[in-house]
Ligand binder design. Structure first.
Ligand code: IMP
Ligand code: MG
Length: 193
């Protein structure tokens, strides 16, 4: 099984390094809230969160915004239980809100190959929103296979497999308060997967 989080220890034993601490994430999410305010003013918008990965980020970012917002989710999966994207992302559950003529903010945890966001972007645009903007917490710019850029980016990161703050490996580690690089020997995958 993956090791347990010991809150007294500075680093989880399954992490090789910490990229962003809980405090750094909190500060950046606050900053993103200000960027959204500058973009949307006081107007209403509809958040579409790609789950499960963006759950924690979306929950925290929403509380930095005082605009009227509607929330919907799309459950989409590309990884299975591996660290390398498995072909075309699959939509497991689509959204339910009507977004025609609405301002839409699409939120994901990380922009990697670009396949997930370009697929969802295409689906949303077919529904004729008034506008579509995209916000990601992390951007692994060097790994793009499909050209895609987000409008709001928390942090740009190198090509490392990261977990924590919503990001998982085989559905584990989403509850880590920091974001860190998983030890390579645990990415193989281990027998608990
Ligand atoms: P893309 O389609 O390759 O851009 O991948 C986007 C999805 O892959 C994200 O929504 C994440 O769920 C997942 N992903 C990409 N890189 C990582 C990572 O380093 N750790 C955990 N999940 C990742
Ligand atoms: Mg995801």
């Amino acid at each position: 099984m993956p090791a347990k989080l010991d809150k007294k220890k500075l680093i989880h034993p399954d992490l090789e390094s910490v990229l962003f601490t809980e405090a750094q994430i909190k500060a950046r999410v606050k900053g993103l809230g200000k960027e959204l305010k500058a973009c949307y003013g006081d107007s209403e918008f509809t958040i579409i969160s790609l789950i499960n990965g963006a759950i924690l980020f979306t929950a925290d970012l929403m509380r930095e915004i005082d605009n009227p917002v509607r929330l919907d989710c799309i459950r989409i999966s590309s990884y299975g239980e591996k660290t390398i994207s498995q072909g075309t992302p699959q939509i497991m559950h689509s959204m339910t809100l009507d977004i025609s003529k609405r301002h839409v903010l699409l939120i994901d945890d990380i922009l990697d190959t670009g396949k997930t966001l370009s697929l969802v972007d295409g689906l949303i645009k077919k529904l004729k929103p008034a506008s579509l903007k995209v916000c990601v917490l992390l951007d692994k710019q060097g790994r793009r296979e499909v050209p895609y850029e987000a409008d709001f980016i928390g942090f740009k990161i190198p090509d490392k497999f990261v977990v924590g703050y919503g990001l998982d490996f085989a559905e584990r580690y989403r509850n880590l308060p920091c974001i860190g690089v998983l030890k390579p020997e645990l990415q193989n995958p281990p027998e608990w997967v």
